[in-house]
Design a protein around this ligand. Sequence first.
Ligand code: FAD
Length: 461
Amino acid sequence: MTMRKNITIMGAGLVGSLLSLYLAKRGHKVDIYERRPDMRKTVLDGGRSINLALSDRGFKALRGIGIEEAVRKVAIPMHGRMMHDEQGSLTYQPYGKEGQSIYSVSRAGLNAALMDLSEPNPDITYHFNRQLLDLDLRQSKATLRNHETGKLEELQTELLFGADGAFSMVRNAMQKTERYNYSQSYLEYGYKELTIPAAADGGWALEKNALHIWPRGKYMMIALPNLDGSFTCTLFFPYEGELSFESIKTDDDLLQFFLQTFPDAVPLMPDLAEDYFSNPIGSLVTVKCFPWSYEDKALLIGDACHAVVPFYGQGMNAGFEDIFVLNQMLDDFDGDWENLFKAFERSRKPDADAIADLAVMNFIEMRDKVADPRFLLRKRIESRISAQYPDKWIPLYSMVTFTDLPYSYALEMGRVQDKIMKKVMRHIQSVEDYDKPEVQKLLERQLVKKEKLKGYKAQQV
Ligand code: FAD
């Protein structure tokens, strides 16, 4: 077994907490430092229930520590998207094949469950209310603010994992090293969380097993179900412009906008104005950087090295997959941390970049295209193709969400399939056209080409 190390994890979010379990399982001693108070004892985020979509990659990492089934029990399966148009009419589109779903989980509930699981482990210690302020990477010296005493504390680290999220201070220290690559880009949209409470009978006011979308071109609202019968809605809205966070100033402005844009949601949102004006606006950032490590001393993981916008529901899933991949690599690099870190960042970076790009692309799809009848027809044709050729065609969304194929491969194959779909759709006006001999011939020819390319890509991997 690898020599036992004293490991420091900065950040007890979803990724830091899960990582502690994996590392302790390998016999290491882990100390986790977290800026915020213990979320199990304090009300955070103003007490709002915030949920996330968990899918196969995330579940796979949870399986590794034996809690997949326990999490599934407190998660709500969402089998597809339910689109709400301006007249309140609904269109349903399954996410994948029968039995394939994404799962709505409480962010705080999942984080607390990971803490509950790790805390009794004598090799894992949580230190709450400790904020990393400064890090000297060369000397492995961290300066933290103890929010309980108000005093500064010095910490000597042996091996440090930066799981401190999109605005990571560990990454900040790496940015000061030579030839460090870093970019951040913000969408011109922010988001606000709103609520649809449980119906009078305690049940769900909308279809429970779906992710609801109100796609409106420039604006979009989504809603994910919670166990208590409520839905957490997220309004994605421009910061500036004629209709924007900037322009909505009064309850009346808000109501007029909602009545015009999301009319069927208004009767379900009795606290709309209160929620809207008291909840903060969140920003939507993509962070890319490289390298992710410093010698054999520190490694970034999760959002700290690859924050992505939320439109593929993959940020946490990607962070959990980081842990799964790292854990596998630990077997190959017995105690050679520097080379492990290097191999990890090299192998993971193309996938992190790919999911970042896919997430921005999906914003456009969710916002504009899901309301377009041609797009919906195309989705139905695509599911016919994948049913007819299950070994040759997995829709892009399914590759990302329901498989563990590398994100970079999914992106590339998604582009190839997109080109084929464009060609096929030129011959299609209705689902029945799919069976026409010319369509079938065209498809077969294209699939032969795709298989050759796939073989070539597999060789490269
Ligand atoms: P974080 O969750 O940000 O945790 C970082 C932790 O570090 C925090 O606890 C923080 O308090 C602590 N910390 C920060 N700075 C310091 C410091 N200086 N010192 C000590 N501690 C510090 N992902 C999905 O997979 N599915 C979804 O459906 C989904 N929906 C999303 C919706 C929205 C609106 C947003 C914004 C994100 C969404 N994500 C989703 C992404 C997901 O939230 C993140 O990818 C995930 O939380 C990353 O986990 P993390 O542990 O790396 O970072």
